[in-house]
Write a protein that binds this ligand. Structure first.
Ligand SMILES: Nc1ncnc2c1ncn2[C@@H]1O[C@H](COP(=O)(O)OP(=O)(O)OP(=O)(O)O)[C@@H](O)[C@H]1O
Ligand SMILES: [Mg+2]
Length: 270
């Protein structure tokens, strides 16, 4: 179902970014149903920031889906454990075989929110099991997972880590058309989506084909910027439809289990 038309701006529901200092600068969060590109070079905390959204949504009782095509579920979760997330507050459902997904969804503790994690090994296994290995397989399996969890578990937030890995795995023949169809699919599902996009180090573009920039409802950019001999993490909102947003570049910090977008931060930005 595509988003409904609202008569009053207060009816627009928003999903928090859970970055202190950033939500306040985007009218409280990202409009529900938006597709957001999270663009950044290697190690800019793209995975951490999106996982952080799913974690806090789950603590508040909502369900989320994280499809990790770059890292195994174990590698992702070890990173998150090192960041001190308390997984006893949520249901963490690592799906290793899609044939078990429905059964797993039925036995979860419904008094807590859940994060479903599907990784590259799981998708590869499904492609082997259904024996239809062609350049559409990866995308079809991913679409089926999104449909299944959103219908059977009312999952409202989705992370694809990463769009760049999907390009490599699914060998698009006509990227512009195929990308258009992916965005259409996500809009039809009305699922708030975060698509992680690898950005070149020089920051010359936010996405591989650049059409993603126009199709996306929002773009958040993460950077590591050298300042004298130190490196500062930075975050900025390039665009966010339906939102009066502050496009300033903030310093990004993670401390005591929370993300912060700050003016200045560790080093003043000259
Ligand atoms: N408490 C912490 N525990 C683990 N890593 C941390 C912590 N604080 C900061 N980091 C940094 O987070 C970075 C990795 O974060 P993350 O994996 O989210 O980045 P990414 O942009 O997804 O990286 P990649 O491009 O490899 O996918 C590491 O470089 C690490 O130094
Ligand atoms: Mg990552």
């Amino acid at each position: 179902m595509p988003p409904r038309l609202v008569a009053d701006k207060h009816e627009i529901k928003r999903i928090r970014t859970y970055i202190n200092g950033l939500d306040e600068n985007v009218q409280g969060g990202i409009p529900e149903g938006h597709i957001t590109l999270i663009s950044g070079a290697a190690g800019t905390m793209k995975s951490s920031i999106t996982f952080n959204v799913l974690y806090h949504e789950a603590v508040n009782g909502s369900n989320g889906l994280y499809i990790s095509l770059e890292q195994s579920a174990e590698s992702l979760l070890n990173h998150m454990t090192n960041m001190d997330y308390d997984f006893s507050k949520i249901n963490l459902v690592v799906v290793k075989d899609l044939a078990e997904l429905s059964a797993k969804m039925q036995v979860i503790n419904r008094s807590k929110g859940s994060i479903f994690i599907v990784d590259v090994g799981c998708v590869r296994k499904e492609i082997r099991d259904i024996q239809t290995d062609n350049n559409k397989s990866w995308l079809n399996v991913i679409k089926n997972v999104i449909k299944k969890v959103s219908v059977e578990s009312n999952t409202r937030v989705f992370v694809l880590d990463s769009l760049s890995a999907l390009y490599v795995l699914s060998r698009f023949e006509n990227p512009r058309i195929e990308l258009f169809m992916i965005f259409e699919f996500l809009r039809d599902m009305n699922i708030t989506s975060f698509l992680i996009s690898e950005m070149p180090l020089d920051g010359s573009k936010f996405s591989e084909y650049e059409i993603e920039d126009f199709l996306a409802d929002a773009i958040i950019v993460l950077k590591l910027t050298p300042f004298r001999r130190q490196v500062v993490r930075e975050i900025s909102v390039v665009k966010m439809r339906t939102t009066a947003c502050n496009n300033d570049i903030f310093s990004l910090e993670f401390k005591n289990g929370q993300f912060y977008a700050l003016y200045g931060g560790q080093n003043p930005l000259l």
